[in-house]
Ligand binder design. Structure first.
Ligand code: SF4
Length: 445
């Protein structure tokens, strides 16, 4: 959280000695607050004041990194309670459990499945973020951890309460920076010492918020710095309340014991319920949701919720306004236009692809608005469409002069025909899903 000039000034020597090049300590404080000068530019500031200001200006929620290099995932350093206040910064990651009951072959197959759990939606790749391997119930925890870490293309979470087994697994793959899951009141000392000695991040869970605060304090005293608040999910209402209180305490009251990202372990059955709960906890402050299911139908609803919630509300979701070629287009391929709102474009492009009829899509810049919103907001007009078609030199691509327009904008037809070289304007479907049948019918004519 940014410090004010007055907060900084209170910690300065207040001698107005000018050694920093400014006439007064107050002027210096104002420049530090505006990030135009560094605190270290004052040669007389005491170590104590310097430390206290650094502490006060630290982010209210710590950034935690799991994994290494390209195969890493960052969570935390969130700044707001509600998305519309600014944005949520780091997407929730889904962790899929690899049970200890699986054989080595089955565990390897599940890791492969996790690696392949990735899909492209609205031009964005959404995927499972962690392989979460249980090490408590296996004979050789180091071997199982190594098998998963070597095959996983996403960071690893080690699940276990037995400190001895966790130590063996952690020591084997500590170079991969896995998350240790999880410390509780019964094992806090040994797990915190393990986290401190290996520098691995540690999830800490308590039976209630008071105990959780106590345990994060204990972990810090043992030298464990990179913590994650872990919540069980026996009761939806209680868990949501705890997640919300912890987040508010961290961001609004700067309560350091809760100044870490949170995660939830979902144990609900049937798996449909797990999916619903995963989406709810992802929307309400879980930086990681640990689930048991690994089927696409279970994972995709959670991933799409995460994608929607973590989209920056201050930046329109757009694609570049240009001429797109879908399939092997030729001079007789149909031409259509749509807006540059990502969801609109990818819906149209996806349905054109599905139709197997190669086509050109001219994308008009509507500042990220869909068709009807753009029309209502005066961001699209027949004149603008004609101008865009000319700028994109569409007539040079095809021999015909037929243009398909969105079914929601039939009003553009006459003006486009009257003012451009597009002699025949065809009113297309209102919904993208009707495009394949529409294009296939046109192709037969
Ligand atoms: S050098 Fe430090 S003490 Fe001197 S005027 Fe600048 S801020 Fe004040």
């Amino acid at each position: 959280m940014a410090l004010t000039g007055m907060q900084i000034y209170k910690n300065l020597p207040k001698t107005n000695c000018k050694d920093c090049g400014l006439p007064t300590c107050m002027a210096f404080a104002m420049q530090v607050a505006a990030k135009q000068r560094a605190l270290s530019d004052c040669p007389h500031i005491s170590e104590e004041a310097s430390e206290s200001l650094a502490e006060a200006s630290a982010p209210p929620m710590k950034l935690i990194k799991i994994g290494i290099g390209e195969n890493s995932y960052e969570i935390g350093q969130e700044t707001v309670m509600f998305r519309h206040e600014e944005k949520f910064h780091r997407r929730t990651g889904i962790a899929v459990r690899i049970p200890s009951s699986l054989s080595d072959e089955e565990a390897t197959a599940l890791v492969e499945k996790i690696n392949k759990s990735a899909w492209v939606r609205v031009g964005d790749t959404i995927k499972v973020s962690f392989s979460a391997v249980e090490v408590d119930g296996v004979d050789d925890p180091g071997k199982r951890a190594k098998l998963v870490a070597e095959n996983s293309k996403v960071p690893v979470i080690l699940i276990g309460r037995d400190a001895g087994k966790m130590k063996s697994a952690a020591e084997t793959i500590k170079h991969k920076n896995p998350l240790l899951y999880r410390a509780e009141s019964s094992n806090i000392d040994t797990m915190a010492e393990l986290s401190a000695s290996t520098k691995l991040p540690l999830a800490v869970g308590g039976s209630n918020l008071e105990e959780l605060a106590d345990l994060t304090n204990k972990a810090r005293e043992k030298g464990a710095e990179n913590l994650i608040l872990s919540f069980k999910t026996d009761n939806l209402g209680d868990t949501l309340r705890s997640l919300t209180i912890a987040r508010r305490a961290a961001l609004r009251q700067r309560f350091r014991e809760f100044g870490y990202p949170a995660m939830t372990e979902i144990t609900a059955e049937p798996l449909e319920e797990e999916t619903v709960l995963g989406a709810i906890y992802a929307a309400k402050y879980s930086a990681i949701v640990l689930i048991n299911g690994s089927e696409p139908w279970e994972i995709l609803p959670i991933l799409t919720t995460i994608q929607d919630v973590y989209t920056n509300p201050q930046v329109p979701n757009t694609v570049e306004a240009k001429l797109y070629e879908i399939g092997n287009v030729a001079e007789n391929s149909p031409v259509m236009f749509t807006t540059n709102f990502s969801l609109t474009y990818f819906s149209v492009a996806g349905e054109v692809e599905r139709s197997k009829v190669p086509a050109y899509i001219c994308v008009v810049d509507t500042e990220g608005l869909g068709v009807l919103n753009a029309y209502a907001g005066d961001k699209i007009s027949a004149e603008k469409v004609v101008k865009t078609l000319q700028e994109q030199k569409v007539v040079e691509k095809v021999k015909h002069r037929k243009l398909i327009i969105p079914g929601l904008l039939p009003i553009f037809r006459a003006e486009i025909e009257d003012t451009s070289e597009w002699e025949e304007v065809i009113i297309g479907p209102e919904n993208a899903r009707e495009i394949p049948a529409f294009l296939q019918k046109m192709a037969k004519q």
